[in-house]
Design a binder for this molecule. Structure first.
Ligand SMILES: Nc1nc2c(ncn2[C@@H]2O[C@H](COP(=O)(O)OP(=O)(O)OP(=O)(O)O)[C@@H](O)[C@H]2O)c(=O)[nH]1
Ligand SMILES: [Zn+2]
Ligand SMILES: [Zn+2]
Ligand SMILES: [Zn+2]
Length: 258
């Protein structure tokens, strides 16, 4: 996959596990011996390089008729649970594949493989987000069929993954009702970057003070074009609408890049 850096899968170069924040604000990064101007230049270079790899991934996904989705959220919102529930609904009718991102462990990839759907795990170590370069390499070992939906579960983090394009067609942000309705206002970059929000764990609403309307208002205040589906990975509520959205987006992808 690495036409830009020219490396093979066995390459030796360092991947982007350093902690570089997506906001590009000078002054928040502290690296002894480096000036603020130098830090800003390094951040700009990292984003430029990531964008080159993302464009390469996007060309690959489009050429293969694949719908790639970047699932982003804070830890524990239910990304992997939603994926296994979605797989149960769709795997008989659609080709699916999953790229799992976590700092450590292969637990999530194992949960996906247990369903029979191919999955690869990327461990970012100290890294707080997936980057396009590592996603590109992971495609080499992911046996995804042309025409698949490729779900990319990002590292649980509501901040840094917002700034890194992986070549996906859409970012899908998952917010669970146990996190509080104010998260779209507190983490606006992520809700602005997403095209769809899945409001998960709605089976728990009866036990919480979570105000759904307030949450939707906050989310649309940040991003007026944000679509929202209310779902429960546990009970399956709302998953038909999500499955319909996925089928429609996959069909659109096939038409747009035929
Ligand atoms: N009640 C309820 N619990 C849920 C739902 N979805 C997920 N959970 C629970 O929430 C916890 C976290 O779920 P995961 O699917 O591991 O969340 P995740 O976002 O993949 O977590 P990370 O990969 O660690 O960021 C688990 O205990 C799930 O059983 C839901 O719709 N309702
Ligand atoms: Zn490489
Ligand atoms: Zn997970
Ligand atoms: Zn970070």
């Amino acid at each position: 996959m690495c036409g830009v850096c020219g490396c093979g899968t066995e390459h030796q170069h360092e991947h982007g596990v350093g902690h570089q924040h997506a906001d590009g604000v000078a002054g928040h990064t502290h690296a002894p011996g480096l000036s603020q101007a130098r830090m800003v230049k390094i951040e700009q270079d990292i984003f430029a390089e990531n964008n080159r790899y993302a464009a390469q991934n996007r060309r690959y996904f489009n050429a293969q008729g694949m719908l790639a989705l970047n699932l982003v959220s804070s830890p524990g919102s239910g990304k992997t649970s939603l994926l296994t529930a979605t797989i149960a609904l769709l795997q008989d009718s659609l080709a699916l594949a999953v790229i799992e991102g976590d700092q450590q462990t292969s637990l999530d990839a194992e949960r996906i493989r247990a369903t029979g759907v191919p999955a690869v795990q990327i461990n970012t170590g100290k890294g707080c987000h997936l980057d396009a370069h590592r996603v590109g390499h992971s495609l080499d070992s992911l046996p995804a069929q042309p025409g698949s939906i490729v779900f990319i579960e990002n590292v649980g983090n509501l901040v840094c993954p917002a700034g890194f394009d992986l070549g996906e067609a859409h970012k899908v942000v998952i917010l669970s009702v146990t996190e509080g309705e104010d998260k779209p206002l507190k983490y606006p970059d992520m809700f602005y970057a997403a095209d769809l929000m899945l409001l998960n764990k709605i089976d728990l609403l009866a036990h919480l003070d979570f105000d759904v309307q307030k949450c939707l208002n906050y989310a649309r205040q940040v991003n007026p074009r944000l679509k929202v589906l209310m779902v429960s990975a546990k009970t399956g509520q709302g998953l038909d609408a999500w499955a319909n959205w996925l089928r429609a987006e996959l069909a659109l992808q096939a038409i747009s890049y035929a």
